[in-house]
Design a protein around this ligand. Structure first.
Ligand code: GDP
Ligand code: MG
Length: 183
């Protein structure tokens, strides 16, 4: 049994870059054949227990409305990316989260909201204020019908690639805590 985690977000925010980071840097990560998605099997040891996750990156051409229910089905957690230099991608994060929770069959699940491309923070003009994203997650956690859903916000850069395994582990912890069974 593996936890299915989707990487979602607008085009160009860095989803595939993040997937590729885990593919090369998560110990013993293995890419597995899968229909319509790129699927990476990763095992992380957390509090003495091995947890296997299936991290999925969806190629843009597969993300049609018709495919979405099947793609989102049984997803127990997600990494939702936006690009901190493109505020529209942050606004759309709300859309990705809603859509996932409508289709996954479990309703609300923990997410890691990820503001990517911090390396261009100082070279780009239209940078999103991280407070907005923090407030967004605060409200999302408070609105969870069950109190055990803990979503988090991080700023990160797939180019600098710091703390990315820690972000995955924290999400796995939240998923375990939420205790959704992925069958
Ligand atoms: N500066 C910068 N560029 C990034 C970062 N992550 C991804 N990119 C670039 O953004 C573009 C889109 O990345 P990609 O992973 O293909 O995005 P996707 O469409 O969400 O899968 C590529 O040119 C990447 O090299 C980052 O952290 N910093
Ligand atoms: Mg991609």
């Amino acid at each position: 049994m593996a936890y299915k985690i989707l990487i979602l977000g607008d085009y160009g925010v860095g989803k595939t870059s993040l997937y590729n980071y885990y593919k090369t840097h998560a110990p013993e990560a293995q890419e597995k054949p899968a229909l319509k998605v790129k699927l990476l099997e990763i095992t992380r040891r957390i509090e003495g227990q091995d947890n296997t996750v299936h991290l999925c990156d969806i190629p843009a051409k597969e993300l049609s409305i018709a495919n979405k229910p099947k793609l989102y089905q049984k997803t127990v957690g997600a990494m939702i990316l936006f690009d901190i230099s493109r505020p529209d991608t942050f606004r759309h994060a709300l859309f990705w989260i809603e859509e996932l929770m409508n289709y996954n069959g479990f309703g609300k699940v923990p997410i890691a909201l990820l503001g990517n491309k911090t390396d261009i923070r100082f070279s780009s003009e239209r940078v999103l204020n991280p407070i907005d994203a923090q407030q967004f997650i605060y409200r999302l956690n408070r609105s969870a019908s069950k109190e055990d859903i803990e979503s988090s916000f991080y700023e990160m850069s797939t180019k600098e690639a710091k703390g990315l395994l820690g972000i995955l582990d924290k999400l796995i912890k939240a998923i375990i805590k939420h205790n959704v069974e992925n069958k």
